[in-house]
Design a protein around this ligand. Sequence first.
Ligand SMILES: Nc1ncnc2c1ncn2[C@@H]1O[C@H](COP(=O)(O)OP(=O)(O)OP(=O)(O)O)[C@@H](O)[C@H]1O
Ligand code: SF4
Ligand SMILES: [Mg+2]
Length: 450
Amino acid sequence: MSENLTLEKSEPAETVPTGEKLLEVSGLTKHFPIYGGFPIKRRVGAVQAVDGVDLTVHAGESFGLVGESGCGKSTTGRLITKLLEPTAGRISYRGQDITHASRKQLEPIRSEIQMIFQDPYSSLNPRQTVGTIIKSPMEINGINPAGGREARVRELLEIVGLNPEHYNRFPHEFSGGQRQRIGVARALALEPKLIVADEPVSALDVSIQAQVVNLLQDVQRELGIAFLFIAHDLAIVRHFSSRVAVMYLGKVVEVGDRDEIYNRPRHPYTHALLSAVPEADLTEEQDLSRERIRLAGDVPSPINPPSGCRFRTRCWKAQDVCASQEPPLVQISGNRSGHLTACHFPEDPTTEAREEDIVLDKALIALEEDLAVPAPAESPEDAKAEVSKEAAAETEVEVTKTVEAEATEEAAEAAEDTADEAETAEAEAAEADAEDTADAEVTEDATDAR
Ligand SMILES: Nc1ncnc2c1ncn2[C@@H]1O[C@H](COP(=O)(O)OP(=O)(O)OP(=O)(O)O)[C@@H](O)[C@H]1O
Ligand code: SF4
Ligand SMILES: [Mg+2]
């Protein structure tokens, strides 16, 4: 496999999506209070985790939310899925205001919004079988699919690329990637219209990331499910999302069609983020001459963010007005329809900041080569060659799946051979896991109940 391969390019995205507005968020704010003082505790400040976020996700759309660690991505996702109560702002789902909706008011729609969590180890109950984990959202919501719940679970296992015969296995019998597939199957059990996926692949080995990303992409395209895809990896977000929002310190600083954001970014922070993405297809010389923007200083504290533009303490273009006036998120001159930027002195729209293709980590690229759909061939000979390449790639994927399944079966057989030892070790591990994952389970139960 060549190391210098780029990601499979997704279909060109609509600049302004035309589907139904599924989720509309405006002025969404979450300030976590900080208490101090002794003996009487009182509020001494707040972590301004999310501060006035506006975004819209359309039916069937894949919307990416990207930004550095701590910028408020997960908090935004948790506010949208109603795991957190917002401090201010409005969340509307299919035209219905759900900002402060009670559990009872959320009942008719709670099955339509699901979440996939970052950590496939702590997000699955170690004491339940895979069948029970995937079935329980259906039980909680009183859903009885035609053919029964067990048949539906087996069908879902197949959809996510797992063996339906593994219905009675426990999470510890699966690898990280397989566990995340179980998480996807659980999210699909209620036939959601919107999935909030919070860093769904960042806890996985890089060689497994592409498989799970491709699975999510298939689910999104084939089942028409809208995704709010949260990640800090720009290459993965580009691969998955048709529109992208860039967050910095609790605010969206730029949003638009994927190609606009990646090829014609206007916000200095977006430029800086993109310049840090490694490109494996460049020669050493090209790579050295490539513009890289190194941001000075750390991300300021969200407890006391800078006045005006929050990026000003690290921005090489900052002027006095940036400290006194917060730049609104608007369509500035030179932007295409739907491309909004919050900056007083944006970058030139003609600046082609990047090569067109953003390249992932080499291991991921190598895997992408197997899974990628080839570009249309130019001649009949080329077409034949492409068809056989595609068939070969499919066979290889199947082989990978079979090898994975066989590996799991072998592991299970080995475990049976050493049943006594394994049982003791597993019991101890499960006990430790249970303690470690107690918090996660509470969160999961809350999500499942949705
Ligand atoms: N429950 C909480 N109480 C207090 N502060 C919190 C809480 N949850 C998150 N924060 C703070 O809010 C800010 C945003 O956190 P959040 O987890 O949303 O960031 P993130 O963009 O998801 O980061 P990462 O990429 O590391 O997951 C951080 O400064 C974080 O410390
Ligand atoms: S508003 Fe000013 S400080 Fe903020 S990104 Fe634009 S130029 Fe930089
Ligand atoms: Mg997060």
